[in-house]
Design a protein around this ligand. Structure first.
Ligand code: LLP
Length: 404
């Protein structure tokens, strides 16, 4: 079966479920997971899907069925993962800036926890001592990733315990007998350069002598996926080989065994996702032609928030003459999806598909302008099924309380 959905399949889904609609292809997620396990076959590795990318329970269950774990960024994601049937041992909670009560809740639920501040580590030590082994998230002072907004390891980043505070960590460990079972460093998203991960491995090598109970070394997520035509992503085969070699070297030097953990989000779900919109209006002026679609940054914010590029095609007129369009949304903001993009001639009513929309698409959506959040459809074994209905008017009012 093809790992990509055809224009005919996408058109049929738009006809059946309306637009705008997110479509996910289960087999593509499986293919990406298999790419990971193949690339890392020579290293003792565990993968935890960073579910902030896409939390629909059907996606979680599909990913669980592959044997993958799940990485969560809020206690509610932890609860969604457990509800989707993940064993607590396969759930990892890597949070930042949270109240200690959420860490305590995660401990109650029995999941793996990475702690990201000295303050919470101290509270943790006071409450749990040596009774619950945990991981710690470190900030390595490395600049990496596609752009500053998705770079998390540099010295002005809020994420993790700054590595120069190692003594503070060691003091807390000594004071409260905290058992540190893992070190975590996630430097950003869309990291193409394999050497960034190797720099992280070098930092881990320097740190392991300080931590006698380590089980895992967690390098986070951030593998780059190709968004543009002709672009390539992170070379996973090379990364797998280098990680395996680094682990072997570390084990030879220390006589200890370490497991590498990874938390891929985009890599697993981005390319599985298609966002189908419909052209409401064409507006021509001297400089440009606007193709205004029935969506906006309330549904797909990546182009506006990160200047992210999403490939777009007009699946209703694939043979049409190529022309330039500025693709915009219908909300009261400058919600431009693409400036001067070459597309097959666009007519009102045509379907424009945004590719690589599986990660951080629906998930970062909102009800801004009192617009409905789109429906979500999953294609598995060639069958398309609705996995979340489009909002309706009642959804907009669900939590409101009339007091006047
Ligand atoms: N682990 C941690 C601790 C993270 O903070 C993240 C992403 C991941 C794993 C997964 O990263 P990925 O493999 O998906 O690159 N909304 C942005 C990306 C923000 C990522 C936040 N953290 C975007 O749409 O580009």
């Amino acid at each position: 079966m093809s790992q990509y959905l055809s224009n005919e399949q996408l058109t049929q889904i738009a006809d059946t479920y309306g637009t705008p609609v997110y479509v996910y292809h289960a087999e593509k997620i499986t293919e990406q997971y298999n790419r990971l396990t193949t690339a890392f076959a020579n290293a003792d590795t565990r993968f935890f899907y960073a579910c902030k990318a896409l939390t629909n329970s059907n996606i979680l269950r599909h990913i669980r069925s592959l044997g993958c774990g799940v990485d969560c960024s809020s206690i509610n994601e932890v609860k969604l993962a457990l509800r989707a049937g993940f064993d607590p041992n396969n759930v990892l909670y890597t949070s930042n800036g949270i109240a200690f009560s959420e860490i305590a809740e995660a401990v109650e639920l029995g999941v793996n926890v990475n702690i990201d501040s000295l303050s919470n580590l101290e509270k943790f030590g006071r409450r749990y001592g040596s009774s619950y082994p945990v991981g710690i998230r470190l900030r390595p002072n490395i600049m990496a990733g596609g752009n500053l907004k998705i770079s998390t390891g540099h010295e002005k980043s809020k994420f993790g315990i700054p590595i120069e505070q190692l003594n503070g960590i060691l003091d807390l460990m000594a004071q409260y007998h905290i058992v540190i079972k893992g070190l975590h460093i996630h430097t950003g998203s869309e990291i193409k350069d394999v050497d960034v991960f190797m720099k992280v491995a070098d930092i881990f090598s320097e740190l392991v002598p300080h931590f006698k109970d380590l089980v895992f070394l967690d390098m986070g997520g951030g593998f780059k996926v190709p968004y543009r035509e002709g672009e390539s992503g992170t070379d996973m085969t090379l990364l797998g080989e280098k990680v395996a070699a680094a682990l072997q070297q570390l084990e030879a030097a220390t006589g200890r065994h370490f497991q590498a953990w990874f938390e891929p989000g985009k890599f697993l779900v981005s390319e599985s996702g298609y966002f189908i919109t419909q052209v409401n209006v064409l507006k021509e002026n001297a400089a440009t032609t606007f193709a205004g679609v029935n969506s906006g940054f309330n549904h797909l914010i990546r182009p506006m928030f990160y200047e992210a590029y999403h490939r777009i095609s007009n699946i209703s007129n694939p043979q049409g003459a190529l022309k330039h369009y500025t693709v915009t949304g219908n909300i009261c903001e400058t919600d431009t999806f693409a400036w001067d993009r070459e597309l097959n001639e666009v007519r009102e009513g045509d379907l424009l598909v945004f590719y690589n929309a599986g990660a951080y698409g629906f998930e970062m959506g909102s009800n801004y302008n009192a617009r409905f959040r789109p429906a979500q459809v999953l294609v598995k074994n060639g069958e398309a099924q609705l996995i979340r209905r489009r909002d309706d008017f009642e959804d907009l009012l669900r939590n409101e309380i009339d007091v006047i």
